[in-house]
Every structure is written in C-alpha cells, then in structure tokens.
Design a protein around this ligand. Sequence first.
Ligand SMILES: CC(C)(COP(=O)(O)OP(=O)(O)OC[C@H]1O[C@@H](n2cnc3c(N)ncnc32)[C@H](O)[C@@H]1OP(=O)(O)O)[C@@H](O)C(=O)NCCC(=O)NCCS
Length: 191
Amino acid sequence: MISKNGSKHVVAEADNLVIRCASPNEIDRIVEIYLHVVQGEYISHGEVLDGITRDFHSQAPDLCKQKTEEFCSIISGQETEKSILVALEKSEVIGFLFGGIERNTREGAPLVASIYDLGVMESYRGHGIGRKLMEAFIRWAREKGAIWVFFESGVNNKNAHRLFHKLGFTLTSHVFMMPLDESLAMPDKLE
Ligand SMILES: CC(C)(COP(=O)(O)OP(=O)(O)OC[C@H]1O[C@@H](n2cnc3c(N)ncnc32)[C@H](O)[C@@H]1OP(=O)(O)O)[C@@H](O)C(=O)NCCC(=O)NCCS
C-alpha cells in the first residue's frame, strides 16, 4: 500500500513493514547489511570492475570506508539521481536497495535505471521484502523518466533470479571473462 499519511519519505507501508528513503543515521546499518551480503554468489563482474574484489573471494581492505563514504554522499543529497531505499520492521533496518539513473550525453540516448545493490537480512527473506524494495525503486525510476531498468547478478545467485523473473525481468546478456594473471583462478564452475 502506498503511504497516504503525508510522511515525506515513506514510499510504501504494509503490515509492520515500511519502505522509505534512507536517513543519514542509518548509513552504518546499511553498510553492515551490504558487507554481510557481498560475498559468495553475490559477487559478479560488477564487483571486480568496482574494485570491491580482485579474485571473487577477498574484499578490498577499505571496503567499509569506501561504501560508507559512497552511501553518505547519496543520502546527504549530493547525488540526486541515486537512491538508497531501506526496509524497516519495527524501526529496524532489515534490508536496502541502492540504485540510480544512468545519464548518457549521446543525443537521443534513453534514460535507464540500474540497481547496484540489494540485500535483505537472512531471517527476513522470503516474505516479499526484496520485492517491495524493487517495486519502490521501479516507481522512483519511472518518476525520473527512465524507460529501462537493469540489474546485473552473478549466474549462481538463483534465489535472487527467481525474484527478478517474478517481477518481470528477463535475461538480456551474458558476461564472459578469463583471468590474465596466473595468480587468479576462475570462480567455481559457472553455468
Ligand atoms: C535476493 C534477496 C534480496 C531477496 O529478498 P527477499 O526479501 O527474500 O525476496 P522476496 O521475499 O521479495 O522474494 C522472494 C522470492 O524470491 C525467491 N527467494 C529469494 N530468496 C529467497 C529465500 N531466501 N527463501 C525463499 N525464497 C527466496 C522466491 O522465489 C520468492 O518468491 P515467492 O515468495 O513467490 O516464493 C535476498 O535473498 C538477499 O538479500 N540475498 C542476498 C543478497 C543478494 O543476492 N542480492 C541480490 C544481488 S543480485
């Protein structure tokens, strides 16, 4: 249910769940959830491109600091085309979504939205929270004028893929990779 209570940030409410834009005092908790989920099947080539991991296993030593600074600049309103949404139950942040609009200066280029990060704490999964975060982001992206929304995900992240398919997402590309440094091994078998 979309909130009609006039609260300036609440974008959806259902039962005890509230979905709204994140507040500055929630940054540490969002980073905590991010660091908790960014491992295993979550990691795909986007994390390598972003410098979050070099080998699909270890994490950048300053990841916590990097993410705290990144989320701070968005939540403090310095980047109006990025959005961090949080899911709260009984005032506790239990999930978040970080996404934004991609600007392309090429004339006639479509405005597209991307979801960069999404996480729900384990004990709250399977209750529609991920879905509500994504639906809220999709509404935000439409309001911004985006005509597509993209989301990259590791090929083995099956739980997440089931959710995306149910929401109407379709697979549009495969990313191929090969290590060029002997110290790097291919991640466990990918389909
Ligand atoms: C992906 C993720 C955000 C989904 O959050 P969620 O709140 O469990 O998702 P929802 O409850 O809205 O959707 C659940 C649907 O997805 C599937 N699903 C995803 N995770 C599930 C889980 N742990 N248990 C059961 N079903 C799950 C089911 O098909 C379910 O559909 P159903 O309710 O019709 O059975 C959550 O599993 C998560 O944080 N995973 C780790 C981080 C991650 O992989 N993020 C995505 C990066 S691409």
